[in-house]
Design a protein around this ligand. Structure first.
Ligand SMILES: [Zn+2]
Length: 354
């Protein structure tokens, strides 16, 4: 190997590395001028061949031309690669206004939210104010003030989630038990304590029961509580309010039926049923009433006079009614859902139906 062939090999090596690093047309053109141009490195070698002796001239000439061919081919290949890369990035940025738009996936309200709003819309039109209360509640409000003292057997009607820690209670007791409210009724007391009659409130909210789940029971449920306190309120007002509500929810010919029941905080207490809106009331295969003709929708009654007196109102002057319904229960009959657990299973295939 002569000094000249070494030089050619070094030009080839350096030139190929420089070409691979050239990222645009200007860099490629500069490279071409420096290596293959009229005064370029390889051109200089070819020009010097004339000064070599015959044997060496032959070898160096062949080698220089071989490398020149390699570099020219590499130059074409590099230009083509840059051209393709530029084209690809242009296509990616291009806006094709003839393409159809991508559909926007719209969100929707949860079926429980939809039904809760329908329920409350009716009560608001009937003059009830919507208020909310705490989900973490004191035993004193959830039970005590509603005439369900400790060890009262009625506590068994509500299996309860208790907290380990105790807090200061409204009566100054340092160790007042704390729980997840089992119903929205504590807000009856909380609202009465801070307001004077006349009272018309509807209280929506989540409640919690420590119980096994099945198709009709969940450990978390939503309720809407109703409370009306005023002079001269009677069972007729309760029935009329709920009848109007049932007509606006389920159809203008609905009837309601009150049946005797027991809740410690009302006297008398009733179960409220609405006549079936799906069948004439005698179809055993009816998914809404199963042939009974009636659907039990809520508990209600006249607010116990002791509770009215305990808030400082005169029970001879003021009376009131209260009612509480499960939103899931109403949603199941309204939407034809057979398993309450579907509502919070978060399966989009279920939720997308509503
Ligand atoms: Zn029916």
């Amino acid at each position: 190997m002569s000094e000249t062939t070494d030089r050619i090999a070094s030009i080839e090596r350096d030139a190929l590395a420089a070409l691979a690093a050239a990222e645009d047309d200007a860099a490629i053109e500069a490279w071409r001028t420096r290596v293959l141009g009229r005064s370029g490195e390889l051109t200089g070698v070819l020009r010097g061949i004339g000064g070599l002796d015959a044997d060496e001239r032959k070898v160096v000439g062949a080698e220089a031309n071989r490398v020149k061919g390699i570099l020219e081919a590499a130059l074409d290949e590099r230009r083509e690669a840059l051209r393709r890369a530029a084209l690809a990035s242009t296509e990616a940025d291009a806006l094709d206004v003839t393409l159809p738009g991508r559909p926007l996936r719209r969100g929707r309200l949860h079926p429980i939210t939809q039904v809760r709003r329908r329920i409350l819309d009716v009560f608001e039109r009937l003059g009830f104010q919507v208020i909310e209360g705490p989900e973490v509640e004191l035993d004193a409000y959830n039970f005590g003030a509603l005439r369900i003292p400790e060890h009262h057997p009625a506590r068994d009607m509500w299996d309860t989630f208790w907290f380990d820690e105790e807090v200061q209670g409204p009566d100054g007791n340092e160790r007042a038990p704390l729980l997840l409210r089992t119903h929205t009724s504590p807000m009856q007391v909380r609202f009465m304590q801070e307001h004077e009659p006349p009272i018309r409130v509807a209280v929506p909210g989540k409640c919690y029961r420590y119980e096994a789940t099945d198709a009709t029971h969940e450990w978390m449920l939503e309720q809407v509580e109703l409370l009306a306190i005023d002079e001269g309120i009677s069972m007729a007002n309760l029935k009329g309010t709920l009848q109007e509500w049932a007509r606006q929810m389920f159809g203008p010919s609905r009837k309601v039926m009150l049946r005797n029941s027991y809740f410690p905080f009302v006297e008398p207490g009733v179960e409220v049923a609405v006549d079936c809106f799906q069948c004439p009331g005698d179809d055993p295969s009816c998914p809404v009433c199963r042939g009974s003709g009636w659907l039990e929708l809520m508990g209600a009654g006249m607010v116990h006079p002791e509770i009215i007196a305990a808030q400082g109102y005169d029970p001879e002057r003021y009376t009131g009614f209260a009612a509480g319904m499960g939103v899931e229960r109403v949603a199941m009959v309204l939407l034809g859902v057979s398993d309450i657990r579907d509502f919070h299973a978060n399966d989009p295939r279920f939720l997308a139906q509503f």
